[in-house]
Design a protein around this ligand. Structure first.
Ligand SMILES: *[C@@H]1O[C@H](CO)[C@@H](O)[C@H](O)[C@H]1NC(C)=O
Ligand SMILES: *[C@@H]1O[C@H](CO)[C@@H](O)[C@H](O)[C@H]1NC(C)=O
Ligand SMILES: *[C@@H]1O[C@H](CO)[C@@H](O)[C@H](O)[C@H]1NC(C)=O
Ligand SMILES: *[C@@H]1O[C@H](CO)[C@@H](O)[C@H](O)[C@H]1NC(C)=O
Length: 366
């Protein structure tokens, strides 16, 4: 029951495929690598000025990000060895989860994209991006990863309507009301007809202005990728903003927004007015570390687990694929490679696998 390869239909972004396995159990705090895109803006060499600037940059991002509420940016060195970078932790992580996620990212990045002057790498809890090209304070539309749950939702048209409302509100809040440019929200379940609660999250990198943040989110929400249609959960990971939605809670802390379904049919609610918004805490619980630790420990049962990630990354002509898949899938992947070899930009489509298709540890190509 492997999902077959599917191409992303975006006009200017080529597609790269990745197989992705998610389970509904276990700790978000240990979830790992989601994907990376190796830049094509040149290579550096060992012991070069660029290499030492990169080290300085990574050190700065690593030490500063968790200190500054989960975001920092830096520029190091002089042209032509100047390097720009940013790091972002998901808004519901505490400083220690943030720091350890970035520690991992900083270790992984040079291995996943050896000697690339630019790299962007996404984890469940953080994002690391560096480049010799200035990308700060602009909306990055070229680096995106799509992931979705292969399971279908029962009433897609209803789901889509609710999702539009929910994600629109979350995006507004993240852009205009949150100092972290981060918001979560839930569209509460309805009984008439029965429908699950939908949980959503959106975040921007804080080098953007508020209006750029909203614009970035609109760019990936309106419309959502067609590949997401009918799926019960999905995410877009971008260089400047990202979102995710599921029908189970996947973030820590109370939802920033709690909306009541505007589509409830039977016992006629008084009006079909816009959804009720109950801001449930300005920025979530972001100050009390003890609370956060407890919050991590308790709701893990319902949490989401990344069991393993299998990805092929087509970098120039040297795809190195480490895939513990069966033969069929390797063939499929190989054929995808030839389609995608000259990709100028990578886009990843990922699918969540049912548990019985549990895969071994995956590796990213280089
Ligand atoms: C880089 O520098 C180290 C220490 O100075 C040296 O041992 C190594 O040979 C150098 N590598 C290259 C490729 O120049
Ligand atoms: C970030 O860390 C570096 C040291 O790695 C330090 O020099 C710099 O001042 C820090 N940035 C901020 C904003 O504190
Ligand atoms: C959220 O931000 C908008 C736009 O700045 C503002 O009009 C609104 O009052 C804010 N809402 C809250 C609850 O702060
Ligand atoms: C609906 O949500 C309530 C809490 O908000 C929960 O107790 C109930 O189990 C949910 N029902 C369904 C069908 O998901």
């Amino acid at each position: 029951m492997f999902p077959s390869l599917s191409s992303c239909s975006s006009p200017f972004l080529r597609c790269l495929l990745l197989f992705f396995l998610l389970l509904n159990h276990s700790s978000p705090a240990t979830a790992g690598l989601l994907g990376q895109i190796c830049g094509k803006t040149g290579k550096y060499t060992t012991n070069s000025t660029y290499a030492s600037n990169l080290n300085l940059l990574l050190t700065s991002l690593d030490s500063n990000t968790s200190l500054f509420g989960g975001f920092s940016k830096a520029t190091i060195g002089q042209i032509p060895n100047r390097i720009y970078g940013l790091a972002l932790c998901r808004g519901d992580t505490d400083a220690s989860v943030c720091r350890s996620c970035l520690d991992t990212a900083i270790q992984d990045a040079p291995n996943l994209c050896p000697y690339a002057k630019g790299t962007i790498i996404w984890y469940d809890h953080c994002l690391l991006h560096y480049s010799n090209q200035l990308f700060l304070s602009t909306i990055d539309t070229s680096n995106e990863i799509f992931m979705y749950n292969i399971y279908k939702i029962t009433d897609p048209s209803r789901f889509d309507k609710l999702l539009d409302v929910l994600m629109g509100r979350i995006a507004d809040w993240a852009a205009y009301n949150s100092t972290k440019m981060f918001a979560t929200g839930e569209m509460m379940n309805s009984t008439n007809p029965p429908f699950p609660t939908i949980y959503g999250l959106a975040q921007c990198t804080r080098d953007l202005s508020r209006s750029q943040c909203r614009q970035c989110l609109s760019g990936i929400l309106d419309p959502r990728p067609s590949i997401f249609e009918g799926k019960r959960g999905a995410r877009v990971l971008g260089g400047s903003c990202n979102y995710r939605y599921e029908i189970y809670p996947f973030y820590l802390g109370a939802s920033t927004l709690r909306l009541q379904s505007p589509l409830e049919t039977a016992p006629p609610p008084v009006t079909m007015a816009p959804p009720l918004i109950t801001p449930a805490g300005k920025e979530g619980k972001e100050t009390n570390v003890t609370d956060m630790v407890l919050a991590i420990a308790i709701p893990l049962v319902a949490a989401f687990l990344l069991i393993s990630t299998i990805c092929i990354c087509f970098w120039r002509r040297k795809p190195v694929v480490k895939l513990p898949l069966d033969g069929t899938s390797l063939e499929e992947l190989a054929s995808a490679k030839s389609l995608l070899l000259d990709s100028s930009t990578l886009r990843v489509a990922a699918a969540n696998f049912p548990e019985e298709n549990k895969l071994g540890e995956g590796g990213f190509g280089v």
